[in-house]
Design a protein around this ligand. Structure first.
Ligand code: AP5
Length: 216
């Protein structure tokens, strides 16, 4: 099954993706992670997008579509994976149209779009407290989901850092960009693809259970 995890910044897409990918045998593909990896590696792509990520604006559709095309084709050639789990993509109607064309060519379809609903003030509180492992990318929250040892990842012992775009002004810009450019994608898919609306403000385990129930 191919899934799209959809919702505003900080709604828990990455947190839920980590849980669902292993249970469902899916490849988690996060455009944000791919772009941050390019920045960290200092590639040409990374140098071009670094300022855009830090400002909370969107990287251009053609750059993102090229990245996703490679990732989705790789999953379709894999004999073990049962599909893909997209996180942070598509983010504009142009990206959604590009995705539709790509998967039509591959003979695939989107099984469901899982929408995590979280209010704006809850998102701001979550992103202000988020810490991410520099090595394995596990996500924590200083209050809701703290590591056993402050600043250290429980899973791999890596250093936990605050993302460059998790500062109040940038969070506000990312939320505005979501409302203006990303939310309209739901209208593009409504009536054509199954859309599962989930209360993303429940505790993490309950959100996972709600998603699993909705997909049954
Ligand atoms: P991206 O990395 O995709 O960021 P995002 O969509 O803004 O989402 P986040 O990663 O911030 O949040 P999340 O929903 O994954 O929440 P998380 O699980 O971490 O994009 C970053 C940038 O890259 C963009 O601004 C843009 O510049 C660029 N980009 C990426 N994709 C692009 C595209 N397609 N096109 C163009 N540009 C693109 O959780 C957040 C916090 O909440 C954590 O601390 C977590 O522990 C906590 N938490 C999670 N669930 C719960 C819960 N149920 N209860 C309490 N706390 C919770």
């Amino acid at each position: 099954m191919n899934l799209v995890l959809f919702g505003p910044p900080g709604s828990g897409k990455g947190t839920q993706a980590e849980r669902l990918r292993d249970k469902m045998g899916l490849r988690h593909i996060s455009t944000g992670d791919l772009l941050r990896e390019a920045v960290a590696a200092g590639t040409d792509l990374g140098k071009r997008v670094q300022g855009i990520l830090a400002s909370g604006q969107l990287v251009s559709d053609d750059v993102v579509l090229a990245l996703m095309r490679d990732a989705i084709v790789a999953v379709s050639e894999d004999q073990v994976l049962k599909g893909w789990l997209l996180d942070g993509f598509p983010r504009t109607v142009g990206q959604a149209t590009g995705l539709d064309e790509l998967i039509a060519k591959l003979g695939q379809e989107i099984g469901a779009i899982v929408v995590l609903d979280v209010r704006r003030d809850a998102v701001i509180e979550r992103l202000s407290g988020r810490r991410t492992c520099t090595q394995c990318k596990t996500v924590y929250h200083v209050k809701a989901n703290p590591p056993a040892v402050e600043g250290r990842c429980d899973r791999c012992g890596g250093t936990l850092v605050q993302r460059e775009d998790d500062h109040p002004e940038t969070i506000a810009r990312r939320l505005d960009v979501y409302e203006a450019q990303t939310r309209p994608i739901l209208a593009h898919y409504r009536g054509r693809v199954r859309i599962c609306e989930i209360d993303g403000e429940l505790p993490v385990d309950e959100v996972t259970r709600s998603i699993e129930r909705a997909l049954q």
